[in-house]
Design a protein. Structure first.
Length: 225
């Protein structure tokens, strides 16, 4: 995993994303003007023996692109780690930086795309170029039994990736909806609305709704690994 993380962090395969992530790291948000931004692709993190895999879309410009850790330093992460803590997968409910003491238990967090994209929307060719990092990660995460997909793009990406890897996935492909559960010949896949501000500020996703996702996961994984 350390070797994979180092290779991910040095990737420059997508010129548009490289330009954007580095520009954000130079210009910085006023609230973080005194901080040095990570400004590189962001590897996954957590428990390499984890049975739960949480997959987002891409790092936030002033969140993971700043801190260098997935879902760390932004409001989406605040929601996610509170839920993970309540369900026993995280040692604490906050995630502010790589040295904040947070530990994940039985859980690994990653994303379909590793660089912060303009407007939070990577292009299809960028998603495709980044896919091999997720495949390499899956090769190393041998104990995954449940995958939680945060958002429709993550859901689509993971269903397609598993099908291409020979995992039997229902056809036609199940539509994305919050708390959708798909049984495959490999991991069980669970859908959740992404804890983005657009969803949490409007009430489309509530803390109870996010907790329900990890309650479902815990029913599949009743004992902590």
């Amino acid at each position: 995993m350390d070797d994979l993380a180092a290779r991910i962090a040095s990737c420059r395969a997508c010129p548009r994303l490289v330009s954007w992530r580095e520009r954000v790291a130079r210009e910085r948000r006023a609230a973080f003007a005194g901080e040095e931004y990570w400004g590189r692709p962001v590897p996954g993190f957590g428990d390499p023996a984890g049975r739960l895999l949480v997959v987002g879309l891409a790092p936030a410009a002033h969140g993971a692109n700043r801190t260098g850790r997935m879902f760390t330093g932004d409001r989406s992460g605040d929601w996610l780690f509170r839920a993970l803590h309540r369900s026993g997968f995280a040692s604490q409910p906050t995630s502010t930086g790589r040295d904040d003491g947070l530990r994940l238990r039985d859980c690994w967090i990653t994303a379909a795309v590793r660089c912060a994209p303009p407007g939070n929307r990577p292009e299809p060719d960028e998603r495709e170029r980044c896919r091999h990092w997720l495949e390499e990660e899956l090769d190393l995460l041998r104990d995954v039994r449940v995958v939680v997909c945060l958002g429709q793009l993550s859901w689509t990406a993971m269903l397609g990736l598993f099908a291409d890897r020979g995992v039997v996935v229902p056809r036609p492909r199940p539509a994305f909806r919050h708390l959708a559960v798909v049984e495959t010949s490999g991991p069980t896949i669970v859908a959740s609305y992404h804890p983005s501000q657009q969803n949490t500020f409007t009430g489309r996703l509530t803390e109870d709704m996010l907790d329900a996702v990890f309650t479902r996961v815990r029913a599949i994984l009743p004992d902590l690994g």
